[in-house]
Each structure stands twice: as C-alpha cells, then as structure tokens.
Design a protein around this ligand. Structure first.
Ligand code: AR6
Length: 184
C-alpha cells in the first residue's frame, strides 16, 4: 500500500521514477510547471511540445486528451535525477470555483497518472498540485482530493510504494500541511 507524502521542492529535479506534469489537453506546455518541465527536460520548449504531441498521437491516436487520459514522454535531461518517465495529465479549469464536477475531473486526472505508473512498474511517483496554479482551483481542495484518491487507490497498487505531492512555494507547502492539521 503506497504512502502519501507532502514535500516542498521543484518537481523538475525531484528524484522520483515518474514525475507528473499538470498539462493542458493539447500538451502545449505554455506556462507553469508544464513549461518548467519542458525547459528542464529538453532545453527547448517547442521541441518538447513536438515530442509530447508525437507521443500523444502514438499512444492514444489523437491530438488532445480528456481528464483521466495520460501520455508518457521520456525524461531526457531529467534522467540525471533518477526520473524515468514524465506522465502528462490534465486537471480541471476552476477559475476560483470548486464543485463536484471539478473534483471528479481532478480525481480522474490523478487516478489516470497513478494507473499509468502501475503499468510502467515504478515505485515512486511525484505530482505537482494539478490545477492549483493557472487553472485556479483552491489548493486546499486539490490537496484533499489527492489524499482521498491516493488512499482509494492503495488497494489496487502493486508496484507504486510512494506518492509525493510536491509544492513549489513555501506558502503552498504550509497550506497543504495545514489541510492535514500539521504545521511546520
Ligand atoms: N515544481 C513543482 N510545482 C510547481 C513548479 C515546479 N517547478 N512550477 C509550478 N509549480 P500550473 P495548472 C506549481 O499553473 O493549474 C500550463 O500552462 C504551481 O505553483 O503549472 O494545472 C499548462 O500547459 C501550482 O501550485 O498548472 C496548462 O495550460 C501547480 O504547480 C495549465 O498551465 C500547478 O500550477 C495548467 O494549469
């Protein structure tokens, strides 16, 4: 049964076998953590977008993904941190609002990446706070949803031993901890 841990850090150099990207449906990687991963992995963001779109075509036979569908790309320059795969998933757009529909979409996005990690046979997977940046979903709700999905997934897990939620800023990290009643 995998354990869930909240950490502070930069996911582009986080030593998990798989890292997850908070992508958009077209894997355009225009900003946020997606841009950071593209830049760190390939050096050239346009090149990484091309690689991502190619992978989407090969793996899913189409040019956009739905919530729950994922695309895997190689780590390229991130290999030096022990990263073996980047799993692209798409969360909901919230624009400050939160409801059951958005929560359902986020659950699918998280679960899709966890299932792919199982399929790839990785032991460790690191997520950013999907949808909590440009897509404007409340961070507390995103963190709660992560906790629930990872706990629900635990019974089905054979390979995945550790799931990290990586928060970039100190503020986000403290907010995430407070959801668990922890303070640091
Ligand atoms: N490491 C960990 N977390 C990070 C990093 C990093 N290096 N950089 C940013 N974050 P966002 P979204 C955090 O906006 O809301 C893109 O343009 C960030 O502080 O990256 O799902 C995509 O292409 C925030 O808490 O993703 C989509 O179009 C979290 O990562 C759109 O943004 C997610 O913020 C997706 O928006």
């Amino acid at each position: 049964m995998p354990s869930f841990e909240i950490v502070r850090g930069d996911i582009t150099r986080f030593p998990a076998e798989a890292i997850v990207n908070a992508a958009n449906r077209y894997l355009e990687h225009g900003g946020g953590v997606a841009y950071a991963i593209a830049k760190a992995a390939a050096g050239n963001v346009d090149e990484y977008i091309r690689i991502s779109k190619d992978a989407m075509k090969k793996q899913l036979g189409k040019s956009s993904i739905e919530h729950g569908e994922v695309v895997v790309t190689p780590p390229m320059r991130l290999e030096k941190f022990g990263i073996k795969y980047v799993i692209h998933t798409v969360g909901p757009y919230c624009g400050g609002k939160w409801d059951e529909d958005k929560k359902g979409k986020l659950r699918k996005a998280i679960l899709g990446a966890l299932r792919k990690a199982e399929e790839l046979g990785v032991k460790t997977i690191a997520f950013p706070a999907i949808s909590a940046g440009i897509y404007g979903c409340p961070l507390e709700e995103v963190v709660r949803t992560f906790k629930e999905v990872v706990e629900g997934f635990s019974k089905g897990a054979r390979s995945v031993e550790k799931v990290y939620l990586v928060l970039y800023s100190g503020d986000a990290y403290r907010t995430a901890l407070s959801v668990f009643g922890l303070n640091r």
